[in-house]
Design a protein around this ligand. Structure first.
Ligand SMILES: Cc1ncc(COP(=O)(O)O)c(C=O)c1O
Length: 455
């Protein structure tokens, strides 16, 4: 790659593009990495530099890049048809994928509704829940209960539920209100309780709000085991199990958003398996295509599905959909993705990789002076940095510590993206032992360098 091509690309990026979640003023002053290729767990930029994909290209890549089986599935399907609609028609890969998803899904989920992104999978679940109650006579059930700092995507419904002051403050006027309850991590980190007491306190808090809304709660919506975008906030399986039980006891539905946690990230196919609890509606995205193409799905129980059956004139259909719903290219790759899980016994082989990641973090990162908390569930890790760990004093927002660590890690050949001052590691499931050591080593060096500079 010659320098002039790189500079031209950057110039055109700066001239024509608007990047998501990005302060464009800072972006326009910077020389971005421009990715051209991928190879296994590495991203390769137009200048030929190789970077370990430390956050799975925003939490979605599963088997690495250019996985032969996924490439082939895409090529084969492109040789048949790229797209046809699901409105009034069906297509082969969408049908095959439906059957595959139901066969791996938590018990009771029997119907698959496709969309294109995680946020849409959540929108679909919310709309299904509301319509379900309207059509089954419990018309008062319109409220949703979510966890404080949960993140469910950026469409208006999903953002109403997973409201974040940082991300969504300017759309607040058009969001609907949702009930919130604090998860255990907030009681542990911000109120100084032990893990056990934090669990008890969080459940007490949830019980109170659910009790107050016994008659009007439509559904509990929760990211099982890990609240990803909150900063990899983990909770014990017991919390998830009890929350589902409390919601159901009050007659409400249970919605699990496994857009981030699904497809092996937490060490199980789906995170809710840790608690052995199934939802009424399950939201899937990201890893569903192995991180190749935009596809999402909302899975429902037969009880929910049945409530939408009726004569045409009753208008009980689920009037929702998008142009590319059930796209054959994406569905074909998703089928190949699930086949790889099976053929490679991927989930069964994850445990040693997860243990090695914990050991490497323990050995190289845990004792660093500004590391305040390490949260890990499977291959999802959050390393929280603080200015003064003993006094639990945060860095000033403008110090941008997480961003600086991510920038410094590039020198060690690693690409990561933080959440505030939480350094996030979420490698592809295919990461090798040597790559785990590389990832953790480079991040440890980056944390040391950046925090020392700041001291
Ligand atoms: C738990 C969860 N739900 C929903 C979403 C939104 O997914 P998408 O970005 O594909 O709309 C995300 C994205 O990070 C997520 O982590």
């Amino acid at each position: 790659m010659n320098e002039s091509r790189y500079l031209r690309l950057v110039e055109d990026d700066h001239r024509y593009l608007w990047h998501p979640f990005t302060q464009m003023r800072a972006w326009l002053d910077d020389q971005p990495i421009v990715i051209e290729r991928g190879e296994g767990n590495y991203l390769i930029d137009v200048n030929g530099r190789r970077f370990l994909d430390g956050v799975s290209s925003l939490w979605c890549n599963v088997h690495g890049h250019r996985k032969a089986e996924l490439d082939q599935a895409l090529i084969d399907q492109a040789g048949r048809i790229a797209h046809s609609t699901m409105l009034g028609l069906s297509n082969v890969p969408a049908i095959e994928l439906g059957q595959e998803l139901v066969s791996v899904a938590p018990a009771g989920l029997k119907r698959v509704f496709y969309s294109d992104s995680g946020a849409e999978a959540v929108e679909v679940a919310l709309r299904m829940a509301v319509q379900y109650w309207q059509q089954t006579g419990a018309r008062r059930r319109k409220l949703f209960l979510a966890l404080t700092e949960s993140y469910h995507g950026d469409t208006v419904g999903a953002a109403s539920l997973g409201y974040s002051e940082m991300f969504h403050r300017y759309v607040r006027p058009v969001l609907f209100s949702a009930l919130k309850t604090d998860p255990p991590v907030m009681f542990r980190l911000y109120r100084g309780l032990t893990a056990r007491d934090a669990l008890v306190a969080a459940l007490e808090a949830a019980k109170a709000v659910i009790e107050r809304h016994r008659e009007d709660l439509a559904a509990l919506v929760i990211e099982p085991m890990v609240q990803g975008a909150a900063g990899m906030w983990t909770h014990p399986a017991e919390y998830l199990r009890e929350m589902a039980r409390l919601a159901r006891e009050a007659g409400a539905l249970v919605i699990f958003d496994e857009v981030a946690t699904g497809f092996g990230r937490t060490g199980k196919m789906f995170a809710c398996e840790h608690a052995q609890v199934s939802p009424d509606l399950l939201c899937l995205g990201k890893g569903i295509t192995g991180g190749y193409l935009p596809l999402a799905a909302t899975l429902a129980t037969e009880r929910i599905f049945d409530a939408f059956l009726g004569d045409i004139a009753q208008f009980r259909a689920f009037y929702y959909g998008h142009t590319y719903t059930g796209n054959p290219l994406a569905a074909a790759v998703a089928v190949a993705n699930l086949k790889l899980f099976r053929d490679e016994a991927l989930i069964e082989r994850l445990a040693p990789r997860i243990a090695l990641l914990s050991q490497a973090i323990e050995a190289k990162i845990a004792a660093l002076p500004h590391v305040a908390d390490i949260r890990q569930c499977g291959l999802m890790v959050g390393i929280e940095l603080m200015r003064d760990v003993a006094r639990r004093e945060r860095y000033d927002v403008s110090s941008q510590m997480g961003a600086k660590v991510a920038r410094a890690a590039r020198k060690g050949g690693v690409l990561i993206r933080p959440l505030g001052d939480v350094v996030v590691l979420m490698p592809p499931l295919s990461i090798t032992d040597a790559e785990i050591e590389h990832l953790v080593g480079a991040v440890a060096e980056a944390i040391t360098e950046v925090t020392l500079q700041h001291d």
